[in-house]
Design a protein around this ligand. Sequence first.
Ligand code: ADP
Length: 434
Amino acid sequence: MNVFRESRKQLTLFYTVIMACFLIVLIIAMHFSMKWAVSSEQARELMDMAKNVAASQSFLLQHPEVHFEESYDMRSTSQDRLFFYVFDEEGRMVNFSRSSFLIEPFVLDIIHEWRQNPIDEGDVAVFSRTVKHRPARIMMTMHPVIVEDELVGMVYVGKEVSAVYNGLQKSTYAMAALAVIALIIASVVGYVMAGRAIVPLREAYEKQRQFAADASHELRTPLAVVMASAELLENDKSITSPFLKQVISDVRDEVKKMTKLVSDLLVVARSDNNALKLKIAKVNLTAAADQTIRMMQPLAEKKGITLTREGDTESEIILKVDEQKIKQLILILVDNAVKYTPEGGKVTLTLTSPAKDRANLSVADTGIGISKEDQEKIFDRFYRVDKARSREMGGNGLGLAIAQEIVSLHKGTIKVESEPGNGTTFKVALKSLQ
Ligand code: ADP
């Protein structure tokens, strides 16, 4: 059943979108918290190193008697990927532990820049640049060398952090890939669960539908018997009382309306179960339209309505469709047009063939029209714009629902164009099936 399939799809989609939003937020939060944790750890290490180097440098300056070789330790303390450069106040490099030669020009550029515009003490910055076609990232900080309260130089400490950031990026990608897999699994589970949730609803609906189908089917025979009896009584010459004749005629009219309602109900109940099967054959649509017009002509004449057919009146339009259903469709549309058009109006059925195996059918009237809000609802079951008027005309609000069902069974389209007071046009596009 379409409505269940649709709501199952919508539930799954809704669930997937919520899961996707949740996963995206989670990945972004994880990425940034990991980045923050990694970079704060790196920054702390860098600042410790900067302080150590600055302290060692000021020690060296205060104790010139310490031999350089002894201070060599200071350089060897620099771990892998860590590097530092010490400059005195005149801008001479007085000590260093070099970075890798590949990134050294990059590091010296930053130092040069910082000598012009120093950053605040304790600040750490990350720089990236493409070196030999590979992205290089370095984290740097600076620290003053102070001897007896006097600034005598500056230490620039840095670390190559490309590998750390690359690892971080890779783990984010891995998390994203896992999230996509989790999302697919969640959608499948969501689809299955939504299907399960719908089972009791579907069963209850199915019971209702079956009841409607059975009831209308069972009602058909007694109604036919009452109808036949009423007709028999109507033709009975022995009944002469005008009052009785009127009663019999009223009974016949009501039974006629009920028979129509019951047969419409049966069509609707069967269509819900996809039990409405098409009997496809080559059908002469032109002939079917003309036949309907002939059938409706007496009713139209009674109301003083001109009922005509326009379009391709000469050539014949032949499509592979279900003849009975298409005739029923045309009948519903023409019947409505006559019903909702006041005396003296015009109803025109137009049949054209825009291409081979295609047909456009339109039924236009000069009747009361349908407002914009109602146009959206008239194809709903039992919807009637003016209930009293529709009932008076013998309508039950199922006609257009059946018309739409027939069109969708034929994979066609039905549209309405209308302006209250100015008439209505129903446009149907059909194509050959198979
Ligand atoms: P009904 O049996 O009441 O005619 P339908 O499903 O055929 O039921 O139509 C639904 C409602 O749409 C009608 O009650 C009527 O108000 C409106 N309607 C249908 N066709 C026309 C038309 N040609 N002109 C104006 N109103 C229409």
